[in-house]
Design a protein around this ligand. Structure first.
Ligand SMILES: Cc1cc2nc3c(=O)[nH]c(=O)nc-3n(C[C@H](O)[C@H](O)[C@H](O)COP(=O)(O)O)c2cc1C
Length: 169
C-alpha cells in the first residue's frame, strides 16, 4: 500500500495527528507512508492568522505555498489534514486542493482539527474541491483538539483508511 498524508498545521495539533496516523498506518507493514507538510511561503503569526487568514479562509483563497509534489497517481489512498479556520479549510490547504494532479479515480480520507465547531463545514468544502479533481472521499473526520490526541479517534481514521484500500482491491 502506498499512502500519502498531506497536512497543514499552524500550531501543531494537525501535525501531531498526521504523524500518529503515519505511525499507525506503517506499523507492522512494509507499506510506504509519506508525510507531506504544506507550508505557506509567508508563515502566519498570531496577528495575521486572525486578521488576514480568517478572511482568506472564508473566501476560499489559496495561499502561495512551498513547492511539494502534488501528484497522487502513485497513491493507493491519500489523506489530507487541516485546521479549521472560521469554519473553512485554512488557506494553505486550499492550494493543495487546487494543485492536486492525477486525482481522477483516486480515493482520499480527510480530517480536520478544531477548538469546537466548523469541522463539518470545513470538510464539506474540502470534499467539494477534491471531487472537482475526480477524487472520491471515503471518510471525513472532524475532531476537536482534544479528540485528535486520543488513540481511539486516530484508530478510527486509520481503520477507515485500511477499509477504503481494501475496497479498492
Ligand atoms: C485563524 C484561526 C481560525 C480558527 N477558527 C476556528 C473555528 O472556526 N472553529 C474552531 O472550532 N476552531 C478554530 N480555530 C482553532 C483551530 O482550528 C484548532 O485549534 C486547530 O486544532 C489547530 O490546528 P493546528 O495546530 O494544526 O493549526 C481557529 C484557529 C485559528 C488560528
Amino acid at each position: 500500500m502506498n499512502t500519502k498524508i498531506f497536512y497543514y498545521s499552524y500550531s501543531g495539533v494537525t501535525r501531531e495527528l498526521a504523524l500518529t496516523l503515519k505511525a499507525k498506518l506503517s506499523s507492522g507493514t512494509s507499506d510506504l507512508v509519506d508525510v507531506v507538510e504544506i507550508k505557506p511561503k509567508k508563515a502566519y503569526n498570531s496577528l495575521t492568522a486572525y486578521s488576514v487568514g480568517v478572511k482568506r479562509a472564508r473566501m476560499g483563497d489559496c495561499d502561495p505555498i512551498e513547492e511539494v509534489n502534488t501528484d497522487v497517481s502513485d497513491c493507493d489512498i491519500f489523506l489530507v489534514g487541516m485546521p479549521v479556520w472560521a469554519a473553512r479549510p485554512a488557506p494553505p490547504i486550499n492550494t493543495l486542493f487546487r494543485d492536486i494532479s492525477s486525482g481522477d479515480g483516486r480515493t482520499a480520507v480527510i480530517f480536520s482539527t478544531m477548538k469546537k465547531s466548523g469541522g463539518i463545514e470545513t470538510l464539506d468544502a474540502a470534499e467539494k474541491m477534491l471531487s472537482e479533481k475526480g477524487v472520491k472521499v471515503a471518510g471525513k473526520f472532524a475532531l476537536t483538539d482534544k479528540e485528535s490526541r486520543t488513540d481511539e479517534k486516530a484508530e478510527e481514521i486509520a481503520a477507515a483508511v485500511r477499509a477504503a484500500v481494501h475496497q479498492r482491491v
